[in-house]
Design a protein. Structure first.
Length: 253
């Protein structure tokens, strides 16, 4: 049955930044599709853990500051020791800093680039090495953005990092497809999350955004459930290096 291809039963998925928002939505979707989940967060993912366990799956709570890649090898060792293997990585953790390009600071540049791009690459590298050692292939799903395609305003480091995520997704797919490792990305549109709260509170800006979205609404974490399960499952075994926009039609306008 074709629906069996969308199952991730028996898989172990590592999801970074899953204590709230889009990461939480994706972690819960993977659990509902059958995966045990390793959450990597800076703060307690209490609600996420409860939702994963309510779906009948296990949840491992790991804490780390992903602005420093030194933690990655240890996190992966703990995940493998707990689950016996790792099959899916969702690089979701990210931060954003807003300021005019004329006054944007080096610290705001480096902080965003470290979490949103550098860690994405090196976490992917560590997981790919694990997949190759396991001999089983695996899935890597990076979280890109509408700003992987567009320039944005007042978010220079975020735009640079998310553009880089789309590029490095293609590069890694080119190198690792031979190992049965699928590397793809999801580019969420304007979603109702903590990152977009300032935009949603600005009535003028929010109205302008909604007027351009054909679906006529802000996205919600549940909108990523289908895409993340697809990219984590056997249904996407011949999908490599692609960035799936989940944007309510924003890019089509």
């Amino acid at each position: 049955m074709v629906l069996d291809q969308f199952s991730v039963a028996g898989k172990v998925a590592v999801v970074t930044g899953c204590n709230t928002g889009l990461g939480q939505g994706m972690a819960c979707a993977l659990a509902q599709a059958g995966a045990d989940v390793v959450g990597v967060n800076m703060s307690a993912p209490t609600d996420t853990a409860a939702r994963v366990e309510a779906a009948g799956r296990r949840f491992l709570d790991l804490r780390a500051d992903l602005s420093d890649i030194a933690c990655i090898e240890g996190l992966l060792r703990e995940a493998v020791a707990w689950g016996g293997h790792v099959d899916v990585l969702v690089n979701n953790a990210g931060i954003i800093r807003r300021d005019d390009a004329l006054s944007f600071s080096e610290k705001d540049w480096d902080d965003v680039m470290n979490v949103n791009l550098k860690t994405v690459f090196f976490f992917s590298q560590a997981v790919a090495r694990q997949y190759i050692a396991q001999g089983s292939g695996g899935k890597i799903i990076n979280v890109a953005s509408m700003l992987s395609f567009q320039g944005g305003v007042r978010v220079p480091s975020y735009t640079a990092a998310k553009s880089g995520v789309m590029g490095v997704t293609r590069l890694l797919a080119n190198e690792w497809a031979q190992h049965r490792i699928n590397v793809n990305a999801i580019a969420p549109g304007y979603m109702a999350t903590n990152n977009t709260e300032p935009l949603r509170k600005d009535s003028e800006r929010s109205t302008a955004i909604l007027e351009r979205i054909p679906a006529g609404r802000w996205g919600v974490p549940e909108d990523l459930a289908g895409p993340v399960v697809f990219l984590a499952s056997a249904a996407s075994d011949y999908v490599n290096g692609y960035t799936v926009a989940v944007d309510g039609g924003w890019l089509a306008r």
